[in-house]
Write a protein that binds this ligand. Sequence first.
Ligand code: NAP
Length: 263
Amino acid sequence: MTIKEYVKVKKAEIREYVLSMPRKPKLVIVQINEDEASYAYIRGKLKDAADLGIEAELIKLPLETSQEELLKKIDDLNHDSSVDGFIVQMPLPKQINEETVKLAIAPNKDVDGFHPLSKLDPCTPRGIMNYLNSKNIKIQGKNAVVIGRSNIVGKPMAKLLLAANANVTVLHSKTSFEDMRNYIANADIIVIAIGKAGFLDKKFTYKPDAVLVDVGINRLEDGLHGDAIANLPVGLQTPVPGGVGLLTRLALYENLLTIVNGK
Ligand code: NAP
């Protein structure tokens, strides 16, 4: 099953479940940017909500919104019982500190799972783990290499793979090329999230049955590209577009339903 087919099946299941709920769950998206990629992500999230029968509201704040004004809005949403969860779409304008914002969102409404006290996993790693499990990919005892160590992808991905008993190695910009080559050559599972188009290519060697999860989204003139070139000689490679982005979108609503069910 391709990721598109998998997401379609999962969305149908979620829609049926939502229809059986006494009231529609509600998500709010706060946007304070004119970022092209953010518009595309938000369009996707609103479309998914409509497909799933979930109520979603977009609150667009002006670019000059101060941090204090945003924190007030977040406080209102934290206390609004009609809102099950909300996200503040990144990036934020310069006058607003991203970390302060992440910490201001109540953990029990933090659909993105960014708050350190949130019981939810960030959407991208959660979506990837669900997909790997759906494909019955063995993780326990396998060599998993995570390239990139951001707080929203690399680190939580490594944590989830470790919790699933993989032997996890995290590589980053200070890893030497030689080490990178050795770790990749021995990896059963590779997750790359660095934002460098085509970084993984044929200069590396791969296990023929390796699973390569490409998180990268790089917008080039000729369209979207992953952090790996297409069709590497591995057992399974997730495509870009039509790959992890769709899993992330799905996981957002899985997180929302986890919040609603935990009430
Ligand atoms: P980020 O915060 O920019 O972090 C990038 C990470 O990559 C850093 O840890 C950095 O290492 C590492 N890195 C950069 N250049 C490297 C190199 N040459 N070799 C090894 N490591 C290198 O990135 P992010 O937010 O995690 O996003 C990464 C990519 O995933 C982006 O393309 C983003 O658009 C995409 N993304 C996609 C989804 C999705 O749903 N598909 C979701 C989130 C992000 P240092 O720590 O040493 O600087």
